[in-house]
Design a protein around this ligand. Structure first.
Ligand code: CU
Length: 287
């Protein structure tokens, strides 16, 4: 009997401990919503982070995302994805799953503190739902992120090169067209949208004022086509590094994301009709 009493006193002591006002590990509310997007079994997910105590948005969080099917541990795994920050505590990523069904989405936080959050969700052809045990809690605000940026990368540069190019896919989930009006980067003096045009049998780059993304559609920036030219690089860009890109859209949406630097081998601006011009490859390597 004495032992039982001791235990309950101890439990009471635990309950009476004051709650730390400063966010300690795990002291945040993580809301996640996903919706089918683009190709089959691809999903756009938005994560909203707020402080459990104050309700304030958690900014500049960093986390990795991976997905597994709990029913087939190890057998079905999704590739890790790049997370982008949209501001106001919102983050987004696109994840490619291999099958419909229940997936456990794991968010491994390194900032603001080390923490792991797992959400079990049911991914179907046209709907995604949180599984019952996770579904309670605060009511979701409908997220208003119109444009999501996917598969972004920046081309690695050799020493001394002053220019590089960034490529990505812009997905517009809104019912009206959206325009990308400006881009900024921490590694370049200027970042401007470019396109490629044929001029007297030569592929040439042209600056464009903006890039349109059609309502509920996608615009792809890729070698040989639209790209973001990064000019006046402040350093050499090496594979494995990340650069920061800030996007401004004409609907007021502004977002920053960390984009990996990749070595692009043998993929110059060649596009279909340009195949005969292999000898020009080196001149055009920057984009
Ligand atoms: Cu260019």
């Amino acid at each position: 009997m004495a032992i039982v009493r001791k235990v309950s006193v101890l439990l009471l002591a635990v309950f009476l401990m004051p709650v730390t006002p400063i966010a300690a590990a795990g002291q945040k509310v993580v809301l996640m919503e996903c919706a089918a997007a683009g190709e089959k079994q691809n999903y756009d997910c938005v994560v909203e982070l707020s402080d459990k105590e104050s309700g304030a948005a958690v900014l500049h969080a960093e986390f990795r995302v991976r997905a597994e099917m709990p029913s087939m541990a190890g057998a079905h795994r999704a590739e890790p994805v790049v997370v982008q920050e949209y501001g106001q505590g919102r983050y987004g990523f696109r994840i490619a799953l291999k099958k419909y069904g229940e997936w456990a989405i794991t968010l491994d936080f390194s900032k603001p503190e080390r923490d792991r959050v797992v959400k079990n969700m049911m991914f179907g052809e046209d709907h995604v739902s949180l599984l019952a045990r996770h579904a309670q809690g605060r009511k979701h605000k409908k997220h208003s992120i119109a444009v999501m940026v996917h598969d972004a990368y920046v081309r690695a540069t050799p020493p001394g090169q002053r220019n590089a190019a960034a490529y990505f896919v812009l997905r517009n989930n809104a019912k009206s067209d959206v325009r990308l009006v400006s881009v900024k980067s921490d590694v370049a003096e200027v970042a401007e949208p470019h396109s490629h045009v044929m001029d007297e049998g030569m592929m040439k780059m042209r600056r464009v004022e903006y890039i349109d993304i059609p309502a509920e559609g996608e615009t792809v920036l890729q070698p040989g086509g639209l790209h973001i030219m990064l000019m006046g690089l402040v350093k050499q860009l090496q594979p494995g590094e990340y650069v920061s890109l800030e996007f401004q859209f004409d609907n007021g949406q502004k977002q920053t994301m960390r984009v990996p630097v990749k070595m692009i081998v043998g993929m110059s601006m060649t596009s279909g009709h340009d195949k005969k011009k292999h000898k020009h490859k080196h001149q055009h390597q920057q984009d």
